[in-house]
Each structure stands twice: as C-alpha cells, then as structure tokens.
Ligand binder design. Structure first.
Ligand SMILES: Cc1cc2nc3c(=O)[nH]c(=O)nc-3n(C[C@H](O)[C@H](O)[C@H](O)COP(=O)(O)OP(=O)(O)OC[C@H]3O[C@@H](n4cnc5c(N)ncnc54)[C@H](O)[C@@H]3O)c2cc1C
Length: 297
C-alpha cells in the first residue's frame, strides 16, 4: 500500500458514507436475499460454491438477535427451495453473544438444527479478540449436538496454535483466515511475514489432524503453500476448499478453479453494509485511487 492509501485507510471514518457505499459496492451482493441468491446462482453456474452472510453485527437489543435468526432461517429455506449451492456464515455478536450468551447459544442451536434438516451447514465467523474465547466455547458446545457447524480461526492471533490444540479432539471443520480486526501487538502478530508463516504452520497442522479446512485468502503466496501441502500430503478434494470474498481478485479465483480445486465465495448482503465495507476497503491496495475517483465523479 502507498502512503496515500494508508492515509485514506486511517481516515475512512471521515469519508462521506455515499462515497464509501459507492466504492465498496463490488464487495456486497445488494440489500436483499434475492440479490445474494442471484449472485450465488451466477457463481454456481461456473462451478463455484457460495456462503452467504447477512450483514449486521454489534447489536444492542436481544430482539435484534431474534430477528437475525429469523432472517437466516428464511435464507436457509430459500437456498433449499431454489436449490442453490450455498451454506451460511454468521457472526455470534449478531445473535446476541455480548448481550446474553445463553440466548445466543439457543438461537444458533436452533439455526444449526434447521440447517441440518435441510442438509446444510452453518459457519461461525470469527470477530475481534474480545469474542475469541466465547466463540470457541460456543462452538464446542454446539458440536456436542451437531456436526454441520464450523468455525473460523485467525492466523494473526498469537493464541491460535494453542486454540487448535485444545479443539483437536473435535476435528473441527475450520475456515482459516489471516484476521481482519485491528488488534494490539500483544494479542496479534503485526508483521505480515510472521502472519504468513503462522498461517502455513497452522494449515499444515490442521491438515495433518484431519480437519476439513476452508483456505480463506487472496494471497497468492499462501495459495502456493496450500497447494504444495495438498500435493505433499496427497489430500483428496474432500479435505479442503479455497475460499475468497466477493469482489476480490477474480483472476486468482479463476486460476485456482482452473487447477481443479473446490472454491467457495463469501457473499455478504443486507442494509447494514457500513462496518463490513470499511474492513474491506482498508485492505484494498488501490483504495486511494477508488476513493478519489468516486469523490470527483
Ligand atoms: C472467505 C473469507 C472469509 C473470511 N472470514 C473472516 C472472519 O471470519 N474473520 C476475520 O477476521 N477475517 C475474515 N476474513 C478476512 C481475512 O482475515 C483477511 O482480512 C482478508 O482475507 C485479507 O487477507 P488475505 O489472506 O487475502 O491477504 P492480504 O495479504 O491481506 O491480501 C492479499 C492480496 O489480496 C488482495 N486483496 C485483499 N483484500 C482486498 C480487497 N479488499 N480489495 C482488493 N484486493 C484485496 C490484494 O492484492 C492483496 O495484496 C475472511 C476472508 C475470506 C477470504
């Protein structure tokens, strides 16, 4: 990233919302489930799986969690009705994790149960480090009752290697990503070289433990290492998939597919687009160009 990109990333909260909306539209399917289902169907037609995320986090009242659960239940029904190849990704904070953990567990438990009836799967996204322990604990509790639920772990966290050791008995279905939240140095590695080394070390350990891994990255170095490990360990396609975000590096997506690997695209949608958009824009190496162009158009 250039200095200007970094400066704009830092001052994003000052950028007018309509500009943020405009430059982040490539990352979001739209405001409704119909928009997301249409995008997923387009991807499915090209042999790509999908996962859908109804945007919205940091809720303040527990009835918002009930509404989120209802929206996800309806989404699972629509995925089933339209025979779309997609599972769902959820954030526990949207299900009330920080308001009432018991309610959160109940709501997610019902959702995962409903997904199982429809032969589908629920992925629990990982949020900032204030949620890590609770998220992993809720995941363990759910796994006592369901097998169609997976969780995300972040290679930038210093604790992740220890966390996967404690979950090893469950052989979890993981998504491994670098991690997107801004964390203090004592909690997360800051140096991208260390994050990458940790990513590859974690990936190798998960593969060797027999976990299914969603390799979530757009970093071609990580993709290269993942393909090397897949080859060396002679892993079947059922042991892993690559995962990428909607609107990011479609060329890499096609290169991965062309080599015959399974790939899933994360499709966020909904009216609560702002927090997600800011996280995506902060990672875009051409942020300044996009923002300036949108401002002067
Ligand atoms: C499917 C999926 C699910 C995820 N779920 C979570 C989660 O639950 N919790 C969490 O903390 N994080 C999650 N993330 C985000 C992840 O942690 C990283 O922040 C993000 O993927 C960028 O890291 P990277 O591995 O692509 O590597 P980077 O080094 O950040 O990026 C590699 C290259 O990809 C390109 N690129 C990356 N981002 C963008 C962008 N926004 N716009 C344009 N180009 C870009 C650039 O060319 C960049 O040089 C998820 C990512 C994916 C792909």
């Amino acid at each position: 990233m250039t200095l200007l990109d970094r400066l704009i990333a830092l001052t994003l909260p000052l950028v007018p919302k309509p500009i943020v909306r405009k430059v982040s539209s490539r990352y979001i399917a739209g405001e409704t489930a119909t928009d997301a289902l249409r995008v997923a169907e387009g991807l499915n037609a090209r042999g790509i799986h999908a996962t859908m995320d109804i945007l919205g986090e940091d809720i303040h009242q527990i009835d918002q969690a009930h509404r989120a659960q209802k929206a996800y239940m309806d989404l699972l029904d629509e995925i089933h009705r339209r025979k779309v190849d997609s599972n769902v990704s959820i954030k526990l904070s949207q299900f009330g994790l920080k308001i009432d953990k018991n309610v959160c567990v109940d709501l997610v438990d019902q959702l995962v149960g409903h997904a199982r009836e429809l032969n589908n799967f629920v992925r629990i996204d990982m949020e900032d480090s204030s949620c890590t322990s609770d998220t992993l604990q809720v995941y363990r509790e759910l796994r006592g009752r369901h097998s169609n639920v997976g969780v995300v772990i972040q290679a930038y966290l210093r604790r992740t290697m220890a966390d996967i050791a404690t979950l090893e008995d469950l052989k979890p279905n993981y998504r491994l990503c670098k991690g997107v939240y801004i964390e203090p140095r004592k909690i997360a590695f800051r140096d991208m070289r260390i994050i990458n080394l940790n990513y590859v070390a974690i990936l190798e350990r998960l593969f060797k433990n027999g976990s299914h891994v969603g390799i979530a990255t757009h970093d071609e170095i990580i993709v290269w290492h993942a393909m090397r490990l897949i080859r060396e360990l002679k892993l079947p396609p059922s042991a892993y998939e690559f995962q990428m975000l909607l609107g990011v590096d479609e060329e890499l997506r096609d290169l991965i597919r062309a080599q015959g690997h399974n790939l899933r695209v994360y499709i966020p949608f909904g009216p609560d687009w702002y927090a997600y958009s800011v996280r995506r824009l902060r990672e875009n190496p051409r942020l300044a160009g996009y923002v300036l162009k949108a401002m002067f158009k």
